[in-house]
Ligand binder design. Structure first.
Ligand code: ZN
Ligand code: ZN
Length: 349
């Protein structure tokens, strides 16, 4: 399924009526990519209320831009925002992206517009979901290929490297983010950076990683046991798995994000571990690893159809260790589509 960037720009143009602007100057790289297909570290696109658009980029990207963005005007300039402001009447700017210095440098009548393209990106088309599905398949396969090689003495860093190398071998653009491998007591730190600690018998090992494919980010976490499982570890695992299941089952178009969060969080709190689960239940994934919507205990918002999102409860016991289980799913009217399909049975290596 191919992507129609013109349709995306038309949808953005239709949203500009909410603001007193006649165009939006899009400077955030990921949003430029979404609206034009161009991947560049220096590009901007001006989308006018009538749906027409002009893209600016510098000499390094101009050939690619002319090929990828053949249906819009393309102009070569190092000062991409400056070039496009001149081509606009009363433009909106992405105020969450532009620095204050850049805002003053551009001058003129610029209206702050916040996260409009981000809002447009929440609901994915099937081409985007296809890319994400492939990213998740690569993630599943890399896990299957690497998990059997984990043995006492292997360091967290070595495990992370093995996962990342395997994902690239399997066709990933690159890892979607810096992989987390947290063993034993390190598992109590949700975003632990892989260290030189060798894994030992009796450890729980939490691996949080994913592939990027076609620009789309997979995100999966599994916690496995090495050698033997203590009763407290099994109990913790079963609790987190139950909470994760409850969160997944609560995902549906029309449901409040905080209701989904509560479905998982209430189970963990009822088991006495509310204070040991300090992060949101999940987040949207797409062209970014963390994007709207977020599943948190506060904050408004309803889920829509075709929204890729993670469900990732965890319980973290300081000094002892932790468990997190995370899947990437897509909301669907008939029930969520599970994209990361690795088993959630406790694997004992
Ligand atoms: Zn993750
Ligand atoms: Zn995540």
């Amino acid at each position: 399924m191919s992507v129609n960037h013109g349709t995306r720009r038309a949808r953005l143009a239709a949203m500009l009526g909410e603001y007193d602007v006649d165009a939006l100057l899009v400077t955030r790289g990921v949003n430029v990519r979404y609206l034009t297909g161009l991947v560049s570290s220096n590009a901007a696109v001006l989308v006018r209320a009538d749906g027409s658009a002009v893209l600016a980029t510098d000499a390094r990207y101009i050939e690619t831009a002319r090929r990828v963005c053949h249906d819009i005007e393309v102009t070569e300039r190092r000062d991409v925002a400056g070039a496009l402001v001149q081509a606009a009447g009363r433009p909106g700017i992405e105020s969450h992206d532009m620095s204050v210095a850049e805002y003053h440098r551009l001058g003129g009548d610029l209206t702050p517009v916040e996260r409009l393209v981000e809002r447009l990106r929440v609901v994915k088309d099937e081409a985007e979901i296809d890319a994400l599905r492939t990213a998740c398949e690569i993630t599943d396969r890399a896990f299957a290929d690497v998990v059997g090689t984990i043995a006492p003495g292997m360091t967290e860093k070595r495990i992370a490297q093995a996962l990342e190398a395997r994902m690239v071998e399997l066709g990933a653009d690159k890892p979607a983010f810096d992989s987390i491998v947290a063993s034993g007591p390190n598992g109590a730190v949700p975003h632990h950076a892989p260290s030189d600690r060798p894994v030992e018998r009796g450890d729980l090992i939490t691996m949080d990683f994913g592939a990027m494919y076609g620009g789309y980010h997979a995100d999966m976490t599994r916690t496995v046991a090495l050698g033997a499982v203590a009763d407290w570890q099994r109990e913790l695992y079963d609790l987190v798995r139950e909470a994760q299941r409850a969160g997944r089952h609560a995902l549906a178009p029309g449901v409040d994000t905080e209701t989904v969060d509560a479905a998982a969080r209430d189970l963990i709190a009822a088991a006495g571990h509310g204070e040991h689960f300090g992060h949101p239940l999940g987040h949207g994934v797409g062209l970014e690893i963390h994007e709207d919507p977020f599943l948190r205990s506060s904050g408004a918002g309803r889920l829509e159809d075709r929204v890729p999102i993670t469900v990732e409860p965890g319980v973290y016991l300081p000094g002892r260790g932790g468990v997190r289980i995370e899947d990437t799913l897509v909301t669907r009217a008939g029930g969520p589509e599970l994209l990361t399909r690795t088993t959630k049975e406790l694997l004992v290596l």
